[in-house]
Write a protein that binds this ligand. Structure first.
Ligand code: NAD
Length: 248
């Protein structure tokens, strides 16, 4: 197999969207999953789906932006499973506005969840991964963090921050066989993008060489590769999953 079977994964923002698809993809390859989300009902729904798929799963309510809450949650997860092999930092929010209209609250909330949340959860698991001499971490960034986007200064800054964080931590942890990579999705059909006006969506579709929006399953496939043995010589990388929208 590809080294997923029988291992334990933690997925944040697992209550819906990309996080749920990542959790189910991991389960389909034989991993047990801790489904972490600020939305307890969503996390519980994902855990139930993973169990239906034949793997063990538990739901954990946690606000990744709150360091104390993360510490508590990670203690509970490590009591459930003392060895965590995979971490997917997927929890994220958007609060779009033009810079001149962006409130401090819009700026701070997005940085807090997307960037500080990734820091909090990674820091909390890295010690035990280093001790175990094994770990695979995938951080969900965005092509917006690479190319920018009008109306998303907060989101772009947070996702660019995730990329820098990924590279720095990849260098720190490589010696302990803990690999850290990022996936940068393009336009993925989830609740986050559902609210965009049709005209805007059509304009975006025209910017995608493959001519279609992505799904959570497309992102999950890249995460699976990076977590599996197939990706064991890959660290500090940012893999775009965007239908060819950004080529670098
Ligand atoms: N949908 C896209 O087009 C797209 C593109 C690029 C990147 N992304 C990124 O992918 C990730 C998932 O996005 P999605 O489209 O599935 O969004 P979504 O809104 O459908 O799901 C996000 C999940 O994160 C959870 N969450 C939010 N704040 C949290 C917090 N403080 N603590 C814990 N959980 C929290 C939500 O409850 C929700 O279950 C995000 O990081 C997002 O920025 C999405």
């Amino acid at each position: 197999m590809i080294g997923i079977d029988g291992k334990t994964a933690v997925v944040t923002g697992a209550g819906q969207g990309i996080g749920r698809d990542v959790a189910l993809a991991l389960a389909s390859y034989g991993a047990d999953v801790a489904a972490v989300d600020v939305n307890e009902t969503g996390a519980g729904g994902t855990a139930a789906l993973v169990r239906e798929a034949g793997r063990d799963s538990a739901a954990f309510r946690c606000d990744v932006g709150d360091a104390a809450d993360v510490e508590r949650c990670v203690r509970e997860i490590l009591a459930w499973r003392p060895v965590v092999h995979f971490l997917v930092n997927n929890a994220g929010i958007a609060r779009d506005n033009l810079l001149v209209r962006m409130s401090d609250a819009e700026w701070e909330s997005v940085i807090r969840v997307n960037l500080t949340g990734t820091f909090n959860v990674t820091k909390a698991f890295s010690r035990s991964m280093m001790k175990n001499r094994f770990g695979r971490i995938v951080n969900v960034s965005s092509i917006i963090g690479v190319m920018g986007n009008a109306g998303q200064a907060n989101y772009a800054a947070s996702k660019a921050g995730v990329i820098g964080f990924t590279k720095a931590v990849a260098k720190e942890l490589a010696g302990r066989n803990v690999l850290v990579n990022a996936v940068a999705p393009g336009f993925i059909e989830t609740a986050m993008t559902a609210a965009l006006p049709e005209e805007r969506k059509e304009w975006m579709r025209q910017q995608i060489p493959l001519g279609r929006f992505g799904s959570g399953k497309d992102v999950a496939a890249v995460a699976l590769f990076l977590l599996s043995d197939l990706g064991s010589y890959v660290t500090g990388q940012v893999i775009h999953c965007d239908g060819g929208m950004v080529m670098s």
